[in-house]
Design a protein around this ligand. Structure first.
Ligand code: FE2
Length: 252
């Protein structure tokens, strides 16, 4: 099976459109969406409507922002002030059909195939960030799948865990470049972040997504330039904080 792997769209329609256009000619059997359709960006309804139109082909998990915008008075107290503003604004503008869509997103982790799973933050907690190898070690202990895709940190990266003759090792690497092809070793286990479609944070402002071929065990990461100015204008036009618009310029 070949999957389009997308995460952290965050209400950025311009970035989402660019990713779907870039991926349009690549053969795929399904879509893995790792959560955070909304939050930060100013096109939450349009993004959800695009996801809804993709129908049953999308296998999703809920992100922390998808959960919080349903009850921002309670959930957003843990957000920084800009994220909180955006969550309150998103809650106001969401249509009831799109609110129902978010409400129906299942919490991860979710098994996609026997050896393939998806989650938002970490397998045991959708709010937890996987940045370092210690966190990844705990995450590997919480799942059995050989390959797990995760999001939340907005940083494309991969953790590889090997167990050779009783000698265990774990390596984490950042995935950088226009196109990064990784052939996964079937004897090792992986946690892979395809980066963020709508709010990259690895100093590369281009939208990030992946294609995973579960038969060949090949993951390919792509970076796609998009209309950052259009997304910025939309955020400023909605009266959301400047910082949410400007960070898109820097991918930070
Ligand atoms: Fe996110």
């Amino acid at each position: 099976m070949r999957y389009l792997v997308i995460s952290d769209i965050h209400g950025n329609l311009e970035a989402f459109r660019a990713v779907l256009a870039h991926a349009a000619r690549k053969r795929r059997d399904g879509v893995l969406f790792l959560g955070d359709a909304v939050g930060y960006g100013a096109a939450p309804n349009q993004v959800i409507e695009r996801l809804r139109r993709m129908g049953a082909a999308v296998i999703s998990v809920r992100g922390n922002h998808d959960r919080v915008v349903l009850d921002p008075g309670r959930g957003a107290v843990f957000f920084n002030p800009h994220a909180r503003r955006a969550a309150l604004w998103t809650a106001e503008v969401l249509t009831s059909a799109n609110r129902r869509y978010l409400d129906a997103l299942p919490a991860g982790p979710r098994t996609v195939e026997a050896d393939l799973a998806i989650c938002h933050g970490s397998p045991s907690d959708e709010d937890e960030y996987l940045f370092g190898e210690d966190e990844a070690e705990q995450a590997f202990a919480a799942i059995t799948a050989g390959v797990t895709f995760f999001g939340h940190s907005h940083v494309p990266c991969m953790f590889e865990r090997a167990d050779e003759g009783g000698r265990e090792s774990l390596v984490g690497v950042l995935l950088r470049g226009n196109r990064v092809v990784i052939d996964l070793d079937p004897t090792r286990r992986y946690l892979i972040n395809p980066g963020s479609v709508g709010q990259p944070r690895d100093r590369d402002p281009r939208a990030s997504y992946g294609i995973y071929d579960s038969t060949a065990r090949r993951f390919t990461l792509y970076r796609v330039a998009y209309d950052v100015e259009g997304a910025r204008r939309r955020i400023l036009g909605a009266g959301l904080p400047h910082v949410l618009a400007d960070r898109l310029l820097h991918g930070a």
